[in-house]
Every structure is written in C-alpha cells, then in structure tokens.
Unconditional design. Sequence first.
Length: 386
Amino acid sequence: MNLEERIARRRSAHRTSGIVVNRNHLSPVVHRAEPVGRGPVLEQLLDALEPVFDDELPESAALVGPAGAGTSAIVTALFDALNERFGEPTRTIGTTTRAGSSGTVTWFVYVDARRVGSPFAFYRTVLSMISPNSVPESGVGTDDLRDRLRSQLSRPDRGAVVAVDHHDEPETLSYDRVRELVEPVSENVATLAVGQHEPDGWRGTTVTASAYRHHELVDVLTDRTSTGLTAGALDHETVREIAVWADGNAHDALAALFGAAVLAGEDDADRIEHSHLERAMDDVPDAGVHVDRALSLSETRQRVLCDLIAVDAADRSIREVATEIADRSGLTAGTVKRFLYELADRGVIERLPLPTTGSGRRPSTVVPRFPTLAFRALAATDGESS
C-alpha cells in the first residue's frame, strides 16, 4: 500500500458507517494497479515484449493460466504501466531506444473479448486507444472503422500490441478471428492471447501464470482488506482460511471475501463473522465461472439472472421458473425460457435434471454457476450508475 492509499484509507474510515471502506478494493472484478505475487510472470511477459524497447514489434505471444491465476490483472496492469510510461493512453505513445528517442510509436491495447464480440466493437475498441480523434459509436460501418485503423497504422514507425483477453471462453471473440480482423495491418500489429488455454495450433511464445500458492493468496487478500475494510473487520486467521479454501483461485477467494462483506453489511455487523464467511463460501460454486462472465451480459439478461437468484428454483422445472421470472420482469415466459437455455449453453448457469416417476421427457431446472452474492451486489451497482 503506498502513502496516498494509506491516507485515503484513513480518511474513508472516518467517513464510513459500516465495515466496508472501499468496495472496489474488495471486488473480484476490479484489478489492482500492481498485482500482488505476480512479479515473475510480469518479468517473463516483459521479456516477450522486450523488442518494443528497441522500436520493434515483438512476436505474438500467449499468456495462459488456470481460473483465478490473475492473467487479466497482469495484462491490464502491465499495459497501463507501459502506456503511462510512454505517454497518455489516448494519445500516441513513443517508445525509446537505449540510445535515445527514435520517434517510433507503439500502443498497448487491451481488448476484453467478453465485451467486444463483433468486428465493429473490436475496431472501435482499438481505435479508441490509438486514435487522437473521437471514434463514433454509431453512424459508421465496420469497413469505415477498418479503414481508419489502416490509416492510423499506415506508417512503418507506427505499431500496436493488442491483448485479447478471454478469447477461449464460449461465444467470445476468438483469437483466430482477431488475427483475421488485423490482417490489413498485420505488419504493424502484434497480438497477445490471454486465457486459460493457448489458441488452437499455437506455435509461438507462451508465458504461464501458475495458480497462487497459499501464502501468495494470503498476501492478495491482505492487500485488498487493508484498503477495503475497516481495521479489525477481519482477522488474519480468517484470511488464511479463505486462502486455503480457495486453493490458488484468487477469483473464488475474492468472491467469498466480497460476499461475506455484503452479508456482514446487511446484518449491520461491525466485523465479518464466521457465519458470514461460511455462507459466502457456500455461494461460490465448485469449478464455477467468473462472476464477470455474468456481469458482461446485456442488462436484460442480467435482470433475468437477478430474478433467477430471487426465485426458489429448487425442484421446479425451467418452464415453471421462467413463468415466475416473467411475472416479475415483464418479459414473456417464452423469452425468459429462451434466455435460460441460452445462458445454460454459455455455461453461466447449469441445467440439472429433476426426478420423475412418469414416462416422457425428463424435466430439468437451472442453477447459477457464478457467485450470486457478488453478482447481485455488483449488478445492482451497475444498474444504479447507468
């Protein structure tokens, strides 16, 4: 924690009425500026990007790691630091050689494939980073944006390193598709595939982020609670318990911590009790999906998920659940049912068979595969701020 954070924490602690000083610092979807315990991986990734310091584009590379290994945090932190070092993110970023400035410009662009699902959105995301001019959200076509990108990178001393995160998740922009989209400027663009797996047929450089070790995860949680919670709200032994339970998965650990803080706040408690923690841990599914998978969905689908959490879906068929959600939401039961099947295909929720004594098609129900406490709180926050 740097000095500015220490001062901000003290100031916030005197203004808050609950145990949470800064909820963003506890959130499993918010990354810290400097990821804790990932120094060796950052060094390896810098090795892969080393040519940019000599005014050359690096070879395309991949950063892989299991769920909760911090790959997204690593890339966003590194790209933010590189952009801050070389210039303002929305302006040109000049790299320097060891002998001095050469005028070469390289941009470092992070693309979240969960939220960038179309060629238009991809081109707009990249242009928003590298173009000195504003990029329209509508009124232009994909071809126009592609031409703008080609124009922006037309000079040999202009280049970009584009990180494509979550390329290997269902229904996201695949790495192969991104390579097709940058083909018109391939000489001036290097790509970084970020996910749990390398792209199919991968032959390039791979940097691997291993799961957190227990003591590293303790450091991650301690860092978050030191600025996110009031003093004494959570003891060190409980932090250790969360780290051991999460077994190297920082997302699950943070989701449980965040959920426990939500429950403690609802109870107006002055600290996180073990009962809060147990309920929050139970809320994180085994081998589940990142809560951001649910938060990246459209607003309508997020509302359907909120209603699914609110209704009692146990031992009830999808048709019955869809009917109750429709009554709550104003959508038709058919639309809700279609959404539920779609979300099950994406892996955000799971279909489970129900017991039956008769013949015919066996009914099924659906259950969330993401931490519902964190989702409920963060989706509500997003809704209030939009």
